[in-house]
Design a binder for this molecule. Structure first.
Ligand SMILES: [Zn+2]
Length: 466
């Protein structure tokens, strides 16, 4: 079994296109675990050796952080992976942030394995010159907490050492569903407290959070608490349709409907409190019977394909407002706003700032739907734009209340002042000028599958028309 599983993971990792020499041995790439009761098991000690080895071997892309202790004092390791020689993206903006964790439930080894594999795929890919991995690490910081419950992991149990279900211990409608063993209070356990502290301190700006489990073959999005679709249903449904059409037929559902009602989970906390787009990856572990390793290979590989899609396209998992034109007249300001992202925003406002950067005027709120363009006429009562000020968009990156706010300056070229007797309609480009947008779309086309190219071409055509 050890040989079989090692071979499977080697096959999977070997599927990365390689431009330089093959790695020395397959042993190096194998999941460093042992089979226990037909599960693949890696101890916390083995993981500790492994992740420290990554940090030693690849300091240019791997930064290892000890972000807290389990109840028994074992370090919770976060592997941070990015091209550290580059601080920002080529357009000067901050790198995208992705957060992944695995191993909430200590006996769900394949969830831990998939988190491990997500890190290993990018490390190996970068080392071997894989362009997709290089592009991702130049534009993204991946934060991966591979094993959240090392105490439970090492004794092969769902619970932590206090017999608490860590994935019911988060401070989001804690203990409000029929559930077992949620702990004495929200964040009563050191593991969940450390995870939420990390989310708030280090990855508050993440535009993707994936938490990895096993049980059934399904991907779950919020809510677990309610059967209703989440506020950002457009984003989730678009991801579901793209994945199902192009990558995998894995069912993708609201957790409450797809699985069963559950509360106090890291997924609902990640969305409802942190405002991330969140998914629970569930891999069924029925295939852990001797001789069925091809199935394991296929399924892990398929989930890695989905992970890569989610990571490659993280730029889209929020609203991205781009003011195409802004016209100021006596009593009205009219703006044309495009949304390049796949999430809607419902609380957008236009703001005028004086030359000291003080906000002097805020418009009424308006909505911009996902992947849409909107003309908005806003009443300018109270606005004195005579002085030498500037304009910005202020909005939430997703619809969920918890999602973060951004203030983005509007490019001066987009602004036209319409004098009373004069109608001069200059056009200009907003936040992203045409060149950067085209470049980003070309970059996107590189990582997109062929089926997605129409989308990029359409976008390109749209920009060129403008
Ligand atoms: Zn689980």
């Amino acid at each position: 079994m050890r040989v079989a599983v090692g071979l499977v993971l080697c096959m999977l990792l070997a599927s990365i296109p390689i431009s330089s020499a093959q790695s020395d041995t397959k042993e190096d790439e194998a999941w460093p675990g042992d089979p226990i009761d037909s599960h693949v098991h890696m101890t916390w000690a083995a993981l500790t050796l492994e992740v420290n080895g990554w940090a030693d071997d690849y300091p240019e892309i791997v930064d290892l952080a000890d972000v807290g202790k389990s109840e028994l004092g074992k370090s919770l390791w976060v592997v941070r992976i990015s091209d550290w020689s580059i601080e920002n993206k080529s357009d000067g903006s901050a790198k995208e942030v992705v957060y992944i964790d695995g191993g909430h439930h200590g006996n769900e080894y394949l969830g831990t394995a998939l988190a491990w594999l997500s890190a290993k795929w990018y490390i190996n890919g970068w080392a071997e010159g894989n362009q997709e991995a290089i592009d991702v690490l130049q534009n993204t910081v991946l934060h991966i907490l591979i094993m959240l419950n090392p105490d439970g992991n090492d004794i092969d149990t769902r619970w932590n050492i206090n017999q608490v279900d860590l994935n019911r211990n988060y401070d989001h409608y804690w203990n409000t569903c029929p559930t077992t063993q949620p702990g004495s209070s929200a964040f009563s356990e050191s593991e969940t407290a450390a995870n939420s502290a990390y989310m708030n301190a280090e990855v508050a700006d993440a535009d993707l959070y994936v938490t990895m489990h096993t049980g059934v073959w399904i991907m779950l999005y919020p809510w677990g608490k309610w059967p209703e679709q989440p506020a950002d249903w457009e984003l989730y449904h678009q991801i579901r349709d793209d994945v199902n059409d192009n990558i995998s037929s894995i069912p993708i559902q609201n957790a409450n409907q797809g699985l069963y009602p559950n509360c106090g989970t890291s997924r609902d906390y990640g969305y409802g409190v942190m405002g991330y787009p969140t998914f629970t990856f569930e891999t069924d572990d029925e295939q852990f019977v001797p001789g069925s390793f091809e199935n394991l290979n296929d399924r892990l590989g398929e989930e890695m394909d989905v992970m890569r899609f989610l990571i490659n396209n993280v730029w889209y998992w929020r609203a991205r407002l781009d003011v195409q034109s802004l016209e100021v007249s006596d009593d009205e300001v009219t703006i044309e706003v495009a949304n390049h992202g796949h999430a809607s925003t419902s609380n957008a406002t236009l703001q005028y700032l004086d030359s000291n950067g003080q906000i002097k005027w805020t418009s009424s709120a308006f909505t911009v739907n996902a992947t849409n363009s909107t003309m908005v006429a806003l009443d300018t009562s109270g606005l004195d734009s005579s002085e030498d000020g500037s304009w910005q968009m202020y909005y939430q990156v997703r619809v969920i209340n918890a999602s973060r706010w951004v203030a983005e300056e509007i490019d001066v070229q987009a602004i036209t002042l319409v004098a009373e007797d004069e109608a001069s309609f200059l056009t200009g480009f907003g936040l992203f000028n045409s060149l950067t947008t085209i470049i980003s779309i070309i970059g996107l086309a590189v990582v997109m599958k062929p089926e997605d190219e129409d989308l990029a071409n359409n976008c390109l055509a749209e920009i060129q028309e403008n």
